[in-house]
Design a protein around this ligand. Structure first.
Ligand code: MRU
Length: 336
């Protein structure tokens, strides 16, 4: 497979795949400072909830290696965490690395970031094995946005489930929403599926409801940026519309995400901050008269199940999600 690691530490700096350049070019960007990393996050050079978790942790490692005082590192950590508000993984990664920095200094922060990055891949493979049985033989699977290897450190979440199903010989075919306005589906999901040799068809977001009405979709599966305690899910704008159409047409609608995306402190989707992005993504002429939210909330009642690295959570989510979080905690080796 020719998909490189999304993010890694190289020669004292962070090396990222530049996700804006794909699919035309596979190129890398090196971030040597906190400001540089914050710019990479806000411009979506690196994006996707689990990838942002690793980026946040490596960002604290860069801060710890380049700044002189503890207060400077703490201020940098706050700055990194505030670059994008919706994906809870960003603050999660920042907090873990900051705790490690407070315990063990710069080396501790880097070790923690490396641990998060390594575990991300293993976690996503576990999500894949939990979720693959939900994908029937030769299924037509609809997905929205991009939840593949490059949205994580490796392997992918919702796309990881499809990938695991393909590895098991189930021969899925994927319908890929192009995902306006930044086209993560058309650019990134289509590119990754091509690398993986999984057949895929791209469609405008507005075509997914009629595709379901024509009986062409067996299951829908997406990733998540934050999952509230009641099972409401924040994900890329347009996800809610997919879930509504899926309900209307009797198509199972699954969400796949690591337990680090579950935020039990957030009670419902109404409490999740939704990032609004600039009008220029729709066209510079719309400055001052554009509505461009990056995410929406899919209510728990439209979600058939939530796949995590410890299994398949079913409704009622207020009961199943805390148990997944607990089981994931027990599965990791505690700090020495
Ligand atoms: O704005 P983005 O591209 O960061 O949004 C990403 C998504 O909405 C993904 O579906 C989500 O992060 C899950 S990625 C495994």
């Amino acid at each position: 497979v020719t998909i490189p690691a999304t993010i890694e530490w190289r020669n004292g700096a962070i090396r990222l795949v530049d996700q804006r350049a794909l699919p035309q070019r596979l190129k890398f960007r090196t971030c040597r400072s906190v400001d540089d990393l914050c710019d990479a996050i806000t411009t979506l050079t690196i994006r996707g909830a689990p990838a942002l978790g690793a980026a946040g942790a490596y960002g604290v490692a860069v801060a710890a290696h380049t700044m002189r005082t503890k207060r400077q590192v703490e201020a940098a950590a706050r700055k990194i965490a505030s670059t994008r508000p919706t994906a809870v993984n960003l603050a999660w990664g920042v907090d873990l690395a900051l705790d490690a920095f407070r315990r063990d200094g710069a080396a501790g922060a880097l070790l923690e970031a490396d641990r998060i990055a390594t575990e991300d891949v293993a976690r996503n493979q576990a999500i894949g094995s939990s979720g693959a049985p939900l994908i029937p033989e030769q299924a037509n699977v609809l997905t929205h946005c991009h939840s593949g290897s490059l949205a994580c450190v490796g392997y992918g979440t919702a796309l990881g489930v499809i990938r695991a199903a393909a590895e098991q010989g189930r021969r899925p075919h994927v319908y890929v929403d192009e995902t306006r306005p930044l086209l993560q589906g058309a650019r990134l999901t289509m590119w990754e599926l091509e690398q993986l040799d999984i057949p895929a068809t791209v469609l405008p977001d507005s075509a997914s409801a009629s595709l379901m009405a024509h009986g062409k979709v067996d299951v829908a599966i997406v990733g998540a940026d934050r999952i509230a305690a009641n099972g409401d899910v924040a994900n890329k704008i347009g996800t809610y519309a997919v879930a509504l159409a899926a309900r209307e047409h009797g198509v199972p609608f699954y969400v796949a995400a690591p337990t680090s995306t579950i935020d039990l402190d957030t009670q419902t989707g109404a409490d999740i901050a939704i990032e609004e992005r600039g009008a220029t993504e729709l066209g510079p002429q719309f400055e001052g008269r554009a509505y461009n939210p990056a995410f929406d909330i899919t209510p728990a009642r439209l979600i058939t199940a939530i796949v995590t690295e410890v299994g398949v959570a079913r409704p009622p989510y207020r009961r199943s999600l805390p148990s997944h979080v607990q089981r994931a905690k027990e599965a990791v080796t505690p700090h020495s």
